[in-house]
Design a protein around this ligand. Structure first.
Ligand SMILES: [Zn+2]
Length: 305
């Protein structure tokens, strides 16, 4: 299985309404960073009566751009893929401006309870103010004037992550679950690797071949890409397990070998990803540690117990 081919060609055209496909426009917020690529994509679905998917970060300029692009059209629905601060905060101001209804899986929450003394290193990324008007369940179909969206619950990157399939159009709004420019951050306790892997499996069972992600450009041949992502994570899991079997005991030790070629400034994020895999390996009974697994735990192969 080939490694996923990441696609870094993307013109965000910040603040402009870009026609992505008939009846679908994108406005990219100006919140570029190492974690958000060229900014968060807000999608506008429909013609005269429209839905917005992921209104975006609390950025006054982005709000103004959206109001301008929506001017003369009726916003009826606001969908949120997940409650990270780069996706959901503008839901409320847009609702106040238009009277649209907010749809999402639910309010922000961690993927699991915090262990004693544990802090969620991604806490600041969570939008704890967010409240949907309508809570979506897996398989729910919401219909607007020119479109029908099916909810696909995909926890992993965030506990309340949802993707939305545009029915009869062979495409999925994939949020931060599957993106073409990079792998998704999966960091416990905000996210969960076991959930993320199950949510990737869910995508392999679907037939849609085009994804419109929360960051970066459209992802064609999405099914092959998802299979490559899955294989890539499995390979990483195997590499981490073999480092523990070879004698590494801490997350920094594993990171220093597996991420040898990665910019050291990204080692903190890499450590969170290794932690996510180790937590899953402990759940599977392949790795052992005293008490609940944490960033500072000492890990050993379970078979030596
Ligand atoms: Zn994001």
């Amino acid at each position: 299985m080939a490694a996923p081919k990441f696609r870094l060609q993307f013109d965000p055209a910040h603040g402009q309404a870009v026609d992505v496909l008939p009846g679908i426009q994108r406005v990219t917020a100006p919140n570029e960073s190492a974690f958000t690529f060229r900014g968060t994509n807000t999608y506008i679905l429909g013609k005269d009566e429209v839905a917005v998917i992921d209104p975006g970060p609390a950025d006054a300029n982005h709000l103004e751009h959206l109001k301008r692009v929506l001017d003369g059209r009726k916003l009826t629905h606001i969908f949120v893929t997940h409650t990270h601060a780069d996706h959901s905060p503008l839901a409320m101001p847009l609702k106040e401006h238009t009277g649209a209804t907010i749809y999402a899986e639910g309010p922000h929450r961690d993927s699991r309870a915090l262990h004693l003394g544990e802090v969620n290193s991604l806490d600041a990324a969570g939008d704890r103010e967010f409240q949907p008007d309508v809570r979506l369940k897996h398989g729910d179909i919401v219909e607007g004037k020119d479109w029908k969206l099916e909810t696909i619950l995909t926890p992993g990157h965030a506990a309340n992550h949802a993707c939305f399939a545009l029915l009869d159009r062979d495409l999925i709004f994939s949020g931060d679950h599957v993106m073409g420019w990079s792998t998704s951050i999966v960091a416990p306790p905000d996210g969960s690797m076991a959930d993320y892997m199950s949510s990737l499996d869910l995508m392999t069972q679907r037939t849609e071949s085009l994804y419109l992600p929360g960051h970066g450009g459209r992802l064609e041949k999405a099914r092959e890409f998802v299979r490559a992502l899955r294989a890539h994570r499995k390979m990483r899991e195997t590499a981490i397990l073999s480092r523990i079997r070879a004698g590494d005991r801490t997350i920094p030790e594993v990171v220093s070998v597996i991420y040898r070629d990665t910019d050291p400034r990204l080692h903190g994020a890499a450590g969170l990803s290794v932690f996510a895999h180790l937590e899953e390996l402990v759940q599977k009974g392949l790795v052992h540690c005293e008490g609940a697994p944490g960033l500072g735990s000492v890990y050993e192969p379970a078979d030596r117990q």
